[in-house]
Design a protein around this ligand. Structure first.
Ligand code: NAD
Ligand code: DAU
Length: 355
């Protein structure tokens, strides 16, 4: 019997922000791969993110919680996965400060559950299998004014989110060393682009500027983040998935550092133009609010290894990417409306009313 697909890949968290871009890229670029999106559809998971490819013959959705061992084992039996690209996570630092245990459950126990499935179902033939763990630069902690995170920077997480991601990274490498599971890992900086849930800085500010609501800047807005267009991250995952060396981690970032306040001013300027408002109108909405506890000062990724070894580099300049992103949000009002009604309102109230 000939196999219908050359590879069957479980993508966890494929209904989220980055996962949906990864699935879109792989499903269209590799028609011979079968992409099985295993997602619990938490508040951050949205099947609408994949509306354009949901009818593709090489795409399947499975509602599954990665902490549910029976369900995960059932999927491994059903599909005999060749690879896992693991993106499912609780991903928001502010939520991790409100409820750390939810992060331990999904990010640590969920990851170990997936690794146990690989161990069980791949034990007779590890050759040709791959567990790809998508992680974050936040595991490295905070930089001062100078320097960059490299793959050798010691882990030093400060938030419950980054502590849970650091723990999951260690489990991935431990399963590689102990059980011989083929793994690759990447640690990426802050992503931006379409389909980003509007509790994170950029989509929250776009939504608030559009609705002339206050723009809550934590502390003095001096924290620095290194921003990468999400489609460039998906391209990096593609390259690392196909060419990354077994047992290695790769840093992903755009050498694109911005102070939060400067970024918010830039967004205000872009949106004043697009909305036909006099320049400076939106910036008047900026409101300084109480800082995030344990707020990391600066992230900056050195992506030299990925560039030199695998030839990846970012494709977009930041202002171009931001304009594209703003256009997407302005053109997709319904998408925003669906997710900002209901629970989002409660979250927003709890997060910002007391600040
Ligand atoms: P997201 O919050 O937008 O999406 C997470 C997805 O995981 C959602 O679809 C959600 O339904 C799903 N999920 C959550 N808990 C689950 C569970 N228990 N079982 C199954 N599915 C579950 O996250 P994102 O921003 O797309 O991030 C994806 C990954 O990339 C995460 O691992 C995150 O740590 C990492 N990362 C994110 C960024 C960023 O800037 N967003 C940067 C670097 C790394
Ligand atoms: O660095 C990679 C990480 O980037 C990912 O691992 C995380 O999943 C992702 O959420 C992101 O984490 P950050 O905490 O950096 O992203 P966030 O968008 O929450 O915040 C970006 C910066 O903006 C941070 O310094 C806090 C600040 N901020 C955020 C919000 C939501 C504000 O000033 N005001 C806000 O309302």
């Amino acid at each position: 019997m000939t196999k219908k697909f050359s590879k069957t890949i479980m993508v966890t968290g494929g209904a989220g922000f980055i996962g949906s871009h990864v699935i879109r890229l792989f499903a269209t670029k590799y028609p011979s791969y079968h992409l099985v999106n295993a997602d619990a559809l938490t508040y951050a998971g949205n099947p609408e993110n994949l509306k354009d490819i949901e009818a593709n013959p090489n795409y399947t959705f499975e509602k599954a919680d990665i902490t549910d061992e029976a369900k995960i084992f059932e999927l491994f039996e059903k599909y005999a996965f060749d690879a896992v690209i693991h993106l499912a996570a609780e991903s928001h630092v502010d939520r991790s400060i409100m409820d750390p245990l939810a992060f331990v459950k999904t990010n640590v126990i969920g990851t170990v559950t997936l690794l146990n499935a690989c161990r069980k179902y791949w034990k007779d033939k590890m050759d040709g299998k791959l567990f790809y763990h998508v992680s974050t630069d936040e595991v490295y902690g905070s930089l001062g004014e100078e320097g960059f995170f490299t793959e050798h920077t010691p882990y030093d997480p400060h938030s419950p989110y980054s502590a849970s991601k650091a723990s999951s990274d260690h489990f991935v490498m431990a399963y590689h060393d102990t059980y011989g599971i083929p793994v690759v890992m990447s640690n990426c900086s802050n992503n931006y682009g379409s389909h980003h849930f509007p509790e994170k800085l950029i989509p929250l500010m776009i939504n608030n500027i559009k609705n002339s609501r206050p723009l809550p800047v934590y502390g003095k807005g001096e924290n620095v983040r290194d921003w990468l267009f999400v489609e460039d991250h998906a391209r990096a995952i593609d390259v690392i998935f196909h060419k990354g060396r077994n047992g290695q981690s790769y840093n992903v970032g755009g050498f694109n550092e911005w102070k939060n306040l400067d970024l918010v001013f830039l967004l205000c300027r872009i949106m004043d133009q697009k909305l036909g408002r006099p320049e400076g109108t939106s910036a008047e909405l900026i409101t300084y609010v109480k800082d995030r506890p344990g707020h990391d000062l600066r992230y900056a990724i050195d992506a030299t290894k990925l560039n030199k070894e695998l030839g990846w580099s970012p494709s977009l300049q930041f202002e171009e990417g931001l304009e594209k992103t703003v256009d997407w949000y302005l053109d997709n009002e319904e998408w925003v409306k669906h997710i900002t009604s209901g629970d989002y309102q409660h979250y927003y109230k709890d997060q910002y009313e007391q600040r």
